[in-house]
Ligand binder design. Structure first.
Ligand code: SF4
Length: 578
């Protein structure tokens, strides 16, 4: 225990901006990121929640994380601010961005000596709530463990939920079941799994999902912040122990309008929302008065037309910046110059596929020629390394498509050499090649994961072929973990049994999968019928299913569709006509 406390105190010593409040009569919330401190504190969504919760005087919110590997055996999870065990809080709120963290959520409950199943937790255990991107695309694999889910963007309606929780958990103290029913009456964006029954057919597919209370609707709304209410958000806690190392994270844009058919961010955050440049400029100027370094964040920074206006200003103010991923065709010479002057030495480029045919199918809107032009612009500016992202295992992928990855990398290197010759030095090329995982609410949600053995074969082939190109470093993900990720991404409530066996019974994944009454291949390797009820269909993001079906059809014939350019008159995906 003292080792854990010491590690927490060491971290607090170098943090700036954390909030310490007296508990008094306040609602005590343990805000938990189900992964390590490093990963959790690099997550802007988690930091935004911390601000929203602590901005309420009636609430004291303290952070907690999965203990680092060496500290897991200590057998407890303590909050950062007061080093208190989770059991002492009224509410444990998990913020979950990745389905891979679902097992960690259970691990945290287990080492905190809190029963894993919601049905086995009454008073005096804390109420367990979850939110975050992973759950608002498919919460079902963890549904039996969670008392209530908040679905959607926190800025939208979380405060209304907090009003109810503050009143009931600190003053009224009503029974958990009664409280959950009350909440479900008040808010359509709260999902309470125990109030819904799921029915399955003989073929194992879902036949229906019905609420057990008359007042409940069949669908749960996913809360969104309207463009006019969308405020610029930043991280408020700075620490060297994150991905962003002491930089203030500024959210420049939310969502992405390109509509890549594999990427969930392009659908669940529609329409993309960006801030006017003058507002961003003003905000960043203010931020720089407090801290000299900022991280400009957004799924698609290319949504900001004149990004170099902002980067110039940061440098003019003697600040530094880093940028998250940006489309290669948006990298202007001015922006590249600024990136180099800011000290960033690696630029991430995501061709995703080697062949143009498959790139068109995923709706990437990026030709080989645009990639090469971008690479030449980068190499002309200076010694910048390139990190390339590719996927393998996309539906309809052929061996020729794999060969195209090798060809594309060779050509990229050739263009880099051509432009770096005069300088005599050249940046390195790092390639990250990952298995495609189908995601809910994307046009590829009906497709299966590629067979793990074939993925391994493809990786071996690529490794051999790429080893012949000098100056290129390649990393791959592990196909057996891609299988687990696909299971957690595409599974329904029955997957919770497998999770339970892994965490509660401490079984290996292999044994838990083998002993499962339902074959996990059913979720991972099965192409779904377009008419089938999908486990996440009850979530209402406002996107028409017909739109996703049409996009899936266009994928199959390798045709692009236009990007989303927010407009009140547009009715394509259904969101703006709500
Ligand atoms: S309705 Fe049109 S503008 Fe609105 S999010 Fe959908 S595609 Fe974009």
């Amino acid at each position: 225990m003292s080792d854990l406390k010491k590690s927490i105190k060491d971290r607090l010593r170098v943090e700036k901006g954390f909030i310490r409040k007296k508990w008094k009569d306040r609602l005590r919330v343990a805000l938990v990121y189900p992964n390590t401190y490093w990963i959790g504190m690099s997550n802007l969504g988690f930091q935004i929640l911390y601000q929203i919760l602590n901005s309420r005087d009636e609430i004291v919110a303290e952070r907690a994380f999965l203990p680092d590997p060496g500290l897991l055996d200590i057998g407890t999870v303590l909050t950062m601010e007061s080093q208190s065990p989770l059991k002492r809080f009224h509410l444990i709120a998990f913020s979950i961005s990745y389905e891979n963290d679902y097992p960690n959520l259970l691990k945290i409950l287990k080492i905190s000596h809190i029963p894993l199943l919601s049905s086995e937790r009454g008073s005096p255990y804390p109420l367990i709530m979850a939110g975050g991107v992973a759950v608002f695309i498919n919460p079902e694999p963890i549904a039996p463990f969670i008392d209530l889910f908040y679905m959607g963007e926190a800025e939208s309606r979380l405060n209304k939920l907090l009003d109810i929780l503050i009143y009931n958990l600190t003053k009224k103290r009503i029974d958990k079941k009664e409280l959950l029913k009350d909440i479900s009456r008040e808010l359509r964006c709260v999902y309470i799994p125990s109030l819904y029954n799921v029915y399955y057919g003989k073929d194992g597919c879902i036949k229906g999902m019905e609420p057990i209370e008359l007042h409940l609707s069949n669908r749960v709304e996913v809360a969104k912040t309207a463009a006019e209410d969308f405020k610029i958000t930043t991280s408020t806690i700075c620490t060297p122990n994150t991905e962003f190392s002491n930089r203030t994270i500024v959210e420049m844009v939310r969502g992405c309008g390109w509509g890549c058919r594999f990427c969930v961010a392009g659908y669940i955050y529609r329409p993309p929302r960006r801030h006017p440049e003058d507002k961003l400029l003003e905000y960043i100027r203010e931020t720089l008065k407090k801290r000299r370094e900022v991280a400009l964040l957004g799924a698609s920074l290319s949504e900001i037309e004149n990004l170099s206006l902002i980067t110039h200003e940061i440098l003019r103010q003697k600040g530094r910046f880093s940028i998250s991923s940006i489309r290669i065709d948006s990298l202007t010479p001015e922006l590249l110059e600024d990136i180099l002057n800011a000290g960033q030495r690696t630029i991430t480029v995501a061709p995703e596929t080697g062949s143009e045919r498959l790139r068109t199918a995923i709706n990437k809107h990026l030709k080989d020629s645009q990639i090469f032009e971008g690479i030449e612009r980068i190499a002309t500016i200076g010694n910048i390394s390139i990190k390339l992202y590719f996927m393998i295992g996309l539906p309809e992928e052929t061996w020729e498509d794999l060969e195209s990855i090798v060809t594309l990398i060779k050509k990229i290197r050739h263009h880099m050499i051509k432009r770096s010759k005069k300088r005599g030095t050249i940046g390195t090329i790092k390639c990250s090649i990952n298995c495609f995982i189908p995601k809910p609410f994307t046009p590829l949600q009906w497709t299966p994961l590629e067979d793990v053995e074939i993925l391994k074969q493809k990786q071996r082939w690529l490794k051999r072929a790429l080893s012949k190109i000098g100056g290129v470093r390649v990393t791959f993900d592990v196909p057996k973990w891609a299988y687990i990720q696909a299971l957690l991404s595409l599974g329904d409530r029955r997957v919770a049994d497998i999770l339970l066996r892994v965490i509660e019974d401490s079984l290996s994944w292999k044994d838990a999968l083998r002993g499962s009454p339902i074959n996990p291949d059913f979720f991972v390797y099965r192409e779904r019928n377009l008419e089938e009820i999908l486990p996440w269909d009850f979530l209402d993001h406002g996107i028409k299913k017909g739109f996703l079906i049409e996009e899936f059809r266009l994928y199959k014939v390798a045709k692009e569709s236009p990007p989303c350019l927010p407009s009140k008159r547009c009715t394509r995906c259904g969101i703006c006509s709500l």
